[in-house]
Structures are given as C-alpha cells and as structure tokens.
Design a protein around this ligand. Structure first.
Ligand SMILES: Cc1cc2nc3c(=O)[nH]c(=O)nc-3n(C[C@H](O)[C@H](O)[C@H](O)COP(=O)(O)OP(=O)(O)OC[C@H]3O[C@@H](n4cnc5c(N)ncnc54)[C@H](O)[C@@H]3O)c2cc1C
Length: 397
C-alpha cells in the first residue's frame, strides 16, 4: 500500500491549490481525482478580480489560457428594476473551468503524485487514514477533502450528515460557443434575481469564445415547487432573454448540465481528527452570489498551510479570520432577501436612481469590496447622496 503524508481527494480549485503549496513545502502528497484532467465542471466561470492579489502567481500563469474581463454589470430585480453599472476598472475575470482547473492542476502536478481514481471508501483510523479506489488503497497521516459538493470525505469523517435539501442550491447552466449563442457586449455580465417569481437567480457570463448562461434555485424550493426536467427551466430563461434581446442564437442542450452547490456557509465543523475540508466540501461558497472558486482556492491554501504546520485546528481560525465574516454575512443577507424579495426590488430601484449606491452594489456583488467596506461605503457615500437627493425632491418638488 502506498503511503503519503497527505492525501488530497479532489483536484478542483481547492485541491490543486492545496497540492501546490504542499508540494512546494516538500510534503509527500497524493492528489487524487476521479476524472482525468483536463476535465469540465458545471460553472459560470466568473471569478472576483481579487483572486489576482490573493494568488499573484496567477498573473503570469493565466497568460496560457483564454481569459477576458467584465467591467459592466446589469442587475435586474424581480419586478424588473434595472441597474446598469460600468466600472472604469476590470470587475470580474471570465474563464472556462476546463481550462482554468487544468491550469491549477498543472501548477500543482510537478511536486505531488497525481492519480486518476474515484475515492470510494475513506476510513479515518486513530493513527492514519486509508482511501480506497476501485484498484488501489492508499494510506496517509491525514486527508484534505476537496471533493466538491457531494464530498465523500465529509461524510466518511462524520462531518456532513443528513440531507442537504435546505442548505444547497441546484444550478443549471450551459457553456456554448458564441457562434451559436451570444450577447452583444463581451464586457457586460447580467445578473437576475428571483427570476419569474421563483426563488432563484439567473446569470449571463460572456467568455472569449463562449457564453455561459444559467439559472439556480434553492434545492428545497426547487424540489417542492418546480421539479420537472432541469433543461426546461434553463431553456425558458434563455427564451426570456432572447425576447428581451439580451441573447441571440440558440441554446444547445448538449452543453447543458445541472449541479448542486452549498449555499448555507461553511459547515459548523470543517476539521476532524486527521481531516480538513476545503472548497465546496466544507461549504465555502458565498451564499448571496454563489461565488465559490475564490473561496475554494483560499480555503484549500489555508488547509495546506495548517497541514504543513501540523496544526489542524489552526485551520478554522485561519479561514474565519480571512473569509469567515464575509461568508457569514452572505448567509444572513441571503435569508433577509429570500424572506422578503420586495427588498431586492427596493435595493435595485434605489441603486438605479443613485449612482454611488449602484457602484457600491456592483463592487459588493463582484467581491471587489468586503462586507466591512460595503457598510462603510453605504454610510459615507450612499446615504449622504440619498439624503441630499431626497431633500432636493422635498424642497424643489
Ligand atoms: C452551475 C454552477 C455555476 C457556478 N458558477 C460559479 C461562478 O461563476 N463563479 C464561482 O466562483 N463559482 C461558481 N460556482 C461554484 C463553484 O463551481 C464551486 O464553488 C467550485 O468549483 C468549488 O471548487 P472545489 O475545488 O471545492 O470543488 P470542485 O470544483 O467541484 O472540484 C472537486 C473535484 O473533486 C473530484 N471528486 C469528486 N468526488 C470525488 C471522489 N469521490 N474521489 C475523487 N475525486 C472526486 C471532482 O472530479 C472534481 O475535480 C458555480 C457552481 C455551479 C454548480
């Protein structure tokens, strides 16, 4: 049986980022993924621009794959209020997951052992961990579970138990070449809240040569109220956008996939004896925006650092310090907006009338500012401008 210091299950953004750091630190590491790379992952493929400050090595690495930037954001509320914001700076990085994940994997591969195989059975013993695939068994001192939303490691460690209906969303998307389906502007992304009165969201993310379009619903809401064929919900969203002239061309069912994602914040426990969970496996997704790639990379790196230091309980302290607040706020805001969706109307309507508010909203939704900066900007910039406007209306009618 082959033995390692660390086994990483899953080589997505969380796993490959963790493997890169462990490999560079000289820790003997197995990076195990059920798919051979390059592999695809259903995803919008939009990443907050801050990923480049947090992972500076990406600046040069990204030159090897097609990328583009969005600096215009279109928000639409349930009742059709619209904000169109244009930033002087790039706001959101557009990538295709098959290319981006393969890039991260290739950065990790030189210094770790990589194996293609499904982790079927994970057993956490008192002094070691074993992982069995169909053909092999591996042993390690510890395991980092980066195996995504359906994590086998989280369940084997007893950290994730029970149903995920109330804590997950189901997101359905297609990634289709621009010749078949397109938007007029390649630097504008579209975000729709609570589409057609459902508890859902929709998005259009333009790539260099492709277009990603998708809709997502809270899983419990979807199971109780919608069901039916996944593609039919997606298709009617595409048709809506065609009738609004946001999209031109045809949806291509062959490029369509539905996939779950956690939207209730990090699990109450993200480490156990000999186990750390990172990325979707640990629930590291922004509950308001469904952004997960950035948080997967951050949590993957922090998990690897804790493993190098041999202090697994330092992991939770580290992620709480860096991303804990913003993820907790995202869950609170999501609940607030779902409890009373007219709030989204009121926010978007106010932002459509007050430029400073539109800017703050766009920067917050794209991860350009933190929750603390969001609150500060609201108090210092949006509120005074809003009050000045109200006073002007009151005085001059
Ligand atoms: C449709 C959709 C759209 C999204 N859009 C965006 C977006 O635009 N921007 C954004 O930031 N986030 C988005 N997200 C969220 C984002 O995709 C995830 O948060 C992100 O992929 C998490 O990375 P990860 O490394 O934790 O997991 P993953 O990327 O899911 O990687 C997990 C890896 O583990 C492997 N694996 C799984 N099980 C096993 C096993 N038992 N044994 C071995 N290997 C295994 C898989 O093959 C995979 O390679 C979206 C999610 C969905 C579903």
């Amino acid at each position: 049986m082959k033995t390692f210091d660390v086994i990483i299950a899953g080589a997505g953004p969380a796993g490959s980022t963790a493997a890169k750091l462990l490999g560079e630190a000289g820790v003997s590491t197995l990076l195990l993924d059920k798919s051979a790379f390059p592999r695809d992952k259903p995803c919008g493929g939009g990443i907050s621009a801050r990923v480049l400050q947090r992972f500076p090595y990406l600046l040069s690495a990204l030159k090897s794959i097609p990328t583009s930037w969005v600096n215009k954001v279109h928000f639409e509320s349930p009742s059709g209020f619209v904000v169109d914001y244009q930033s002087p700076d790039p706001l959101y990085l557009m990538i295709r997951r098959c290319e981006f994940d393969n890039l991260l994997f290739s950065l990790a591969r030189p210094r770790v052992e990589t194996v293609t195989g499904l982790a079927r059975k994970v057993i956490v013993h008192r002094d070691y961990v074993t992982v069995s695939t169909d053909t092999h068994e591996y042993r390690s001192r510890m395991i980092i579970g980066c195996d995504g939303a359906n994590s086998v490691v989280a369940r084997a460690a007893g950290i994730r138990t029970g149903s995920v209906q109330t804590s997950y969303a189901i997101d359905m998307m297609e990634e289709t070449p621009r010749e078949e389906l397109s938007t007029a502007e390649r630097d504008r992304m579209y975000i729709y809240y609570r589409i057609r009165s459902h508890y859902g969201y929709g998005y259009v993310f333009p790539k260099t040569d492709h277009l990603n379009v998708g809709v997502g619903f809270k899983l419990d809401y979807y199971l109780a109220n919608l069901r039916g064929e996944h593609y039919s919900h997606h298709r009617s969203f595409v048709e809506d956008l065609k009738s609004k002239r946001v999209l031109a061309g045809q949806s291509n069912r062959d490029n369509f996939r539905a996939f779950p994602l956690p939207i209730s914040g990090p699990l109450a426990r993200t480490h156990g004896d000999r186990v750390l969970l990172a990325g979707d496996a640990g629930g590291f997704v922004n509950a308001l925006t469904a952004e997960g790639i950035y948080y997967a990379m951050v949590s993957g790196e922090l998990a690897a650092r804790a493993a190098v230091q041999g202090q697994l309980n330092g992991y939770e302290r580290a992620w709480k310090q860096e991303i804990g607040d913003e993820l907790a706020h995202s869950v609170r805001l999501q609940k607030l907006l779902l409890d009373d969706p007219t709030r989204i109307d009121r926010i978007v309507r106010a932002a459509s009338r007050h430029a400073p508010l539109a800017e703050i909203l766009a920067h917050y939704a794209t991860g350009a500012i933190t929750h603390a900066q969001f609150k500060q900007s609201m108090l210092r910039r949006a509120l005074p401008s809003y009050l000045r406007e109200k006073t002007r209306q009151f005085v001059f009618g």
